[in-house]
Design a protein around this ligand. Structure first.
Ligand code: CA
Length: 424
């Protein structure tokens, strides 16, 4: 599919993240507008809350009788709950009304806001956050460091999309500062643990899948049904304190090491916008059980990168990888999540697991890039890092590359601030 041209001229630029083909969903504030729904288009935001009288008629035919107003806000949850027919109708209407030469220009142009003047908020209320572990190279690298290369992949890994239940309460939007976490750690040669600021603070480069339509308790879903339940995707940084993790994680998994902050990019890129970039799964070394088998292409070709900057230094790209490195798709993870009868809710966020490629330059965490802190990476100006220092800013970026356009996610950025005082 080629670039779809818009009367919003900045949306036709080859380097924009937000052409008419994309139309991602966000929530913003700007002078006179508090927590309005918005759609990114080029360098502008279409104020959906203000333009609702123009846009709502397009949804009437797709809305079930008695359904809540999907554009009522204050976030996109009601819209996501309205289901795939409404999502498709809204996207089709926007693509018609924002197209070059469209008559709707007169009605919509007054509702455009400069993105540079807007403050972006979380685009949806996160119901619950589950983090998976579907990057094979990452699982292999971490397993090699902890257990050696012979037993690197856990015995269940090729059969189950492994995950743990994380915290929705500390999922924040890009640009939110993160305080270095306090926690209990124990050095390998020490007799007793201590409590204080983490010294091995890390990132995890992930995709986040967002559940649109829910499933009922006691009702498993197929992979195909799960695919239809997913509304869209964001970039996700699962900040991780490796020293806290190493001491606490056995036998129940990560707890405080990952509970202090998870950053997501501000725009939900819809599954419909990513459809042209769907790709097949990597080769299956072991056949999956029937409930996890996927028929169609459930993965995405999305170029991903990590940038790092010290408090005063320039930003450097320290990793480049691709979402197609994932072994399990979000639909498989969702089907597995519901397989026991676990109810899935509108606004559930599923982290993919760290996405690492085959080489050091494509790893998705500092733990892997520095091989457990052994091999520092060098930043421009000569600064060296093993793990994150106070004042450092980490930025994830991602986009799918189309024919003359890109489907971008915007930035997923966070700066680390000093730890709080130790309570006494
Ligand atoms: Ca993770």
């Amino acid at each position: 599919m080629p670039l779809m041209r818009s009367w919003v001229v900045s949306a036709n630029a080859a380097e924009t993240d937000f052409p008419l083909n994309n139309l991602p969903h966000g929530v913003f504030s700007a002078p006179g507008r508090r927590h309005h729904l918005g759609i990114a288009i080029g360098a502008m935001i279409l104020d959906v809350t203000a333009a609702a009288p123009v846009l709502a008629p397009a949804l009437r035919g797709a809305l079930p009788d008695g359904a809540a107003d999907p554009l009522a806000g204050p976030d996109w949850n009601a819209f996501m709950a309205a289901g795939p027919a409404v999502w498709a109708a809204f996207r089709a209407a926007l693509q018609t009304m924002l197209a070059e030469g469209a008559a709707a220009r007169e009605a919509l142009a007054p509702h455009l806001v400069q993105m540079s003047e807007a403050r972006l908020h979380l685009p949806f209320t996160v119901a619950e956050y589950t983090d998976f572990y579907a990057g094979r190279q990452h699982a292999f690298n971490v397993g090699t460091m902890f257990r050696g290369p012979e037993n690197a992949l856990p015995p269940n890994w090729l059969h189950i999309p492994i995950g743990y239940n994380g915290r929705a309460s500390t999922v924040v939007v890009s640009g939110t500062d993160i305080r270095r976490p306090l926690g209990q750690t124990k050095a390998a040669d020490a007799d007793a643990p201590t409590f204080g600021p983490s010294r091995r603070l890390d990132i995890e480069l992930e995709m986040g899948a967002i559940v649109g339509t829910p499933s009922a308790m006691g009702s498993p879903v197929t992979v195909a049904e799960a695919a239809q339940m997913i509304f869209g995707y964001v970039l996700l940084n699962d900040w991780s304190a490796r020293d806290i993790q190493a001491w606490e994680y056995q036998p129940l998994g990560p707890f405080q090491a990952k509970a202090f902050g998870t950053t997501i990019s501000p725009w939900i890129v819809s599954r419909l916008a990513l459809a042209p970039f769907a790709v097949g799964a990597p080769p299956r070394e072991k056949p999956l059980l029937p409930y996890l088998r996927d028929d169609g292409p459930g993965h995405y070709d999305i170029a991903l990168s990590v940038e790092m900057a010290g408090a005063s230094g320039p930003s450097a790209t320290i990793s480049r990888t691709n979402a197609r490195e994932l072994y399990y798709s979000a639909a498989q993870q969702l089907a597995h999540h519901a397989s026991s009868g676990c109810a899935m809710r509108t606004g559930d966020l599923l982290g993919s697991g760290t996405i690492s490629g085959p080489t050091r330059e494509s790893y998705g965490s500092l733990l892997e890039m520095t091989w457990g802190g052994r091999d520092p990476i060098e930043l421009p100006g000569g600064a060296r890092r093993t793990f994150i220092e106070d004042g450092d800013t980490l930025t994830l970026k991602g986009h799918a590359e189309g024919d003359g356009y890109r489907i971008g996610f915007g930035e997923c950025r966070g700066t680390i601030r000093p730890a709080p005082d130790v309570p006494s």
